[in-house]
Design a protein around this ligand. Sequence first.
Ligand SMILES: NC(=[NH2+])NCCC[C@H](N)C(=O)O
Ligand SMILES: [Mn+2]
Ligand SMILES: [Mn+2]
Length: 296
Amino acid sequence: MNEPVRILGVPTDYGASRRGVDMGPSAIRYAELGAALRAMGLEPTDAGDLSVPRAEGRDPGRADAKYLPVVESVCTRLADRVRETLSAGGTPLVLGGDHSIAIGSLAGATHDADVGVLWFDAHGDFNTPTTTPSGNVHGMALAAALGRGEFGELDWARAPGLDPSRVALVGVRDLDAGEQAALRGSDVHAYTMSDIDDRGVTAVVADAVDAASGGDGVHVSLDLDWLEPTEAPGVGTPVRGGVTYREAHAALERVATDATVRSLELVEVNPILDDHNATGELAVELAASALGKRIL
Ligand SMILES: NC(=[NH2+])NCCC[C@H](N)C(=O)O
Ligand SMILES: [Mn+2]
Ligand SMILES: [Mn+2]
């Protein structure tokens, strides 16, 4: 990992149907992200938040990719920030916001670099406008970064040089029919909750890290709905059967020791749906594990 860690807030909810996830960066900062990283001996800098339109009357535009022009504007600016941070030798720590921001993080992370992806999520986020049941772009973010479907024509969305065989999805348990078919036919490594049941989280994560490694490092995308909803209630699309608190830490500790973490993002923390900021606090703890915090 490079230093300093640079915190980039992206207060957007345009990729999701549940409002409030735009307050995720505040919730995560309020949970003392900065202090947690300083306690580990890191010296994070905080670049503040990107500006995201806050109009009350909102027009989603097309139904199969809602608010796509706003998502484009946010992701294009985020990609620039991530790219600048990396070229200055820092490690971007991106705070969402809904998962659509991964399109921007990945566009920035893959600029002039050979990057693998570790995507921890209940969902595949592998829909396209053709397969989406909701029109929400957060359910399409990984497909977009890989240039699938019409995203292949959108230069701002396609992450240059991202190789599907160096992308690993971990802990998936809720796939729409169209994205299940698309994932089966792709080179993306998808490790389901059933794999974790059978083999244990550390063995699965070790394989995922192997798949993603080999280049300049990995981008870690952590959707808090990866965890069991009783652990992480503050998310817009909870799915039962997620990893436990300990499994999540074990997984991210493993990432810190075995992978070269080049960039990290924490997404889908929605303080309106949360229980006294439990999910914001969990996001801080898991970021610390992913960045090398150890018990002893
Ligand atoms: N990043 C997320 N929380 N994604 C949830 C996606 C849910 C569903 N698969 C959809 O396309 O709408
Ligand atoms: Mn999810
Ligand atoms: Mn997601």
